[in-house]
Design a protein around this ligand. Sequence first.
Ligand SMILES: C[S@@+](CC[C@H](N)C(=O)[O-])C[C@H]1O[C@@H](n2cnc3c(N)ncnc32)[C@H](O)[C@@H]1O
Length: 269
Amino acid sequence: MSGFSAHWLTLREPYDLNARNTTVIDTVAAALDRLSPVRIVDLACGTGSTMRALSPFLPARQSWKLIDNDLSLLARAAASPRAKQVIATTIPLDLHRDLEAALDGPIDLVATSALLDLVSEPWLDRLVVEVAARSIPFYAALSYDGRTKFTPPDPLDATIAAAVNLHQRTDKGFGPALGPAAAAFAIARFEALGYSVVHGSSDWEMGSDDFDIQTELLDGWASAANEVGAVSLADSTAWLTRRRGALAAGLASLSVGHIDFFAMPSATR
Ligand SMILES: C[S@@+](CC[C@H](N)C(=O)[O-])C[C@H]1O[C@@H](n2cnc3c(N)ncnc32)[C@H](O)[C@@H]1O
């Protein structure tokens, strides 16, 4: 599992779509329903999954700026099918360095998904401050929050999950990552700056038929647990072998905790 590969983003998209919190989406939609066109910036858009997920809930005339630093993902995002009145412009940008450039110009919504858990506290603070300085509403989906539930249970599940959560806090290109703490941090910062925030869970739910994504996750987590040195190779290999066995036998399900939120400035612009 490479966190940013097109293969992985394509594999996870249907699970993301099912998981996205509908109360949060409804609140985003209600906040923007009088705008035409509505102008959205998607930070770290990948192949464009947030545009595909959110677009049907927004006014018909939409203008999206899709921002990422990966040209091949941006090419896929540009080719994403969309309704006639939805215009999308792709912008290559390193958000670690040039965040402020992404927020240039008139914007009705800053959106992002599966980004906040990758970034550091100083960068997330900078993002919140820059968004709040412009009084822009902010939607963030699918921030991993550290909860995992494996079925059937295994004695090493908790050890592996703790190691994975340690790995989540390593540097993913923005400095030491906030990992599972990211959404709570961002929500608290927006509230401190006068925003009202609606949030809710957006957990991945994988059943025994969801073989491919469970396999990718289990392999990735066994490697991550080794990388941080919290679990011996023998233990992580034994755990992975047992988990893969349960998956092959059609017995394994998995739930992975995420948080979605929408932050709305109290002052009207
Ligand atoms: C986990 S993916 C999420 C992609 C997409 N938002 C989604 O939900 O499918 C994280 C994204 O962050 C992008 N990214 C990572 N570091 C970045 C940076 N410094 N500047 C811009 N984008 C970056 C990656 O290229 C990738 O598309």
